[in-house]
Design a protein around this ligand. Structure first.
Ligand SMILES: NC(=O)c1ccc[n+]([C@@H]2O[C@H](COP(=O)([O-])OP(=O)(O)OC[C@H]3O[C@@H](n4cnc5c(N)ncnc54)[C@H](O)[C@@H]3O)[C@@H](O)[C@H]2O)c1
Length: 363
């Protein structure tokens, strides 16, 4: 947004806009009613859900500014067509679940690395069109990355210039994607910015992830499979704060720069489970200690003073955000019960079947 209230980038191409964080970004940008038009490209994998954009569809003024394309970011034809009409590209599209990357890494390389490459090449074509006067300026490219690229951080807080030490196929693919994006800034002078967000939580989060899995299982009095000792530490960031920070970096970030987006809410997984069971009024006896994820990173933590200096601060207090999230899952059971069927049952069995069979009571 500029000082006059008009958007800096009136036409956005948002990839992965039917996922958890991408859909929040789309809903929040369109709800500002500042005239921004958004094209979403989303492959609608098991993680993508058109219903995540239902609040937009319900408002004729907003839905008129949304174009939804069911497509793959690794499909050059689709990407080229819509990049040609965009002032900026915000790439949320990814395979995003660490456990699935351990079961089947290939899809992660295809989307999180090759897909980023296709998007960057499309932006480079647009840069060339701008050079010859066929459009006003090349699109800005924002790559949404993750704190997981730093690897496990036993003490202290990662800063943007720290070494990347990803340890899972997911985080390695994400590191590959963001390094490629940065290389297009260095090599071709493309206008690239990168964000690295913390563990994000909130409404519309796919039930494969810790908080929604445990909340939805607990609502049904099912067992909660807690990995290992449950003392892994994560920094929790509310989804609207994450989406807002991405919008802020899009508008104000320095070209070529990377920004950590921390939540400043470090908790062990056990603390998270305790808090959500308390809010639901469910007993700890539902929790089962299961075999840990191989190579499970022990801790992530980031310093986000660079983003603070750019003028962004989070607004959601953790207790309030967690309560709002749990309440959303109580009130939106149709949304997650639909997801927890079909393919989900196979995945759950593969991921947790043997683990739960060999589990013990968590103390
Ligand atoms: N969730 C977190 O805690 C977190 C934290 C930091 C960074 N991130 C990053 O933020 C981004 C969004 O994460 P999320 O949690 O919303 O993920 P998500 O899995 O909920 O959503 C991903 C979306 O991308 C779509 N998609 C997947 N492959 C695609 C492809 N080839 N082409 C087009 N669309 C495709 C899916 O259909 C889905 O809608 C990802 O890049 C992720 O790495 C997530």
């Amino acid at each position: 947004m500029t000082e006059t209230g008009t958007p800096r980038f009136p036409r956005l191409l948002v990839t992965g806009g039917a996922g958890f964080i991408g859909s929040c970004f789309v809903r929040d940008v369109l709800a500002r009613k500042d005239g921004t038009n958004i094209t979403v490209i989303d492959k609608l994998t098991y993680a993508g859900n058109r219903a995540n954009l239902a609040p937009v569809d319900a408002d004729p003024e907003q839905s008129a500014r949304l174009r939804f394309v069911a497509g793959d970011i690794a499909d050059q034809t689709v990407v080229a067509r819509f990049a040609a009409e965009a002032d900026a590209v915000v790439n949320f599209a990814a395979e995003s679940h660490v456990d699935r990357s351990i079961l089947d890494p290939e899809a992660f390389l295809r989307t999180d690395v090759l897909g980023v490459h296709i998007l960057l090449e499309a932006c480079r074509t647009e840069q060339e069109r701008a050079r010859v006067g066929a459009r006003a300026a090349a699109p800005r490219f924002l790559q949404v990355s993750t704190d997981e690229v730093y690897g496990s951080v036993e003490t202290g807080e990662s800063r943007e210039d720290d070494r990347l030490e990803p340890r899972s196929p997911y985080s390695s693919a994400k590191a590959g994607g963001e390094l490629l994006a940065r290389s297009y800034f260095v090599t071709y002078g493309l206008d690239v910015v990168i964000t690295r967000g913390s563990n994000t939580y909130g409404p519309y989060h796919h039930p494969e992830k810790l908080i929604p899995l445990f909340v939805t299982n607990a609502i049904d009095d099912q067992q909660l499979p807690l990995y290992g000792d449950g003392l892994q530490r994560r920094d929790w960031l509310y989804v609207a704060d994450h989406a807002g920070a991405i919008g802020h970096v899009l508008d104000h970030g320095v070209s070529g720069e990377t920004y950590n987006v921390a939540g400043n809410n470090e908790r062990t997984n056990r603390e998270i489970v305790t808090a959500l069971l308390e809010h639901l009024g469910k007993p700890w006896s539902l929790v089962r200690q299961v075999a840990d994820r191989p190579g499970h990173d022990r801790r992530y933590a980031m310093d986000s003073s660079r983003l603070a200096a750019l003028g962004w601060t989070n607004t959601m207090p953790f207790a309030q955000g967690l309560a709002a999230t749990v309440d959303w899952y109580i009130q939106n059971q149709d949304w997650w019960r639909g997801i927890k069927s079909g393919e989900w049952k196979d995945y759950y069995q593969r991921q947790y079947g043997a683990r739960l069979a060999g589990s013990r009571e968590a103390r």
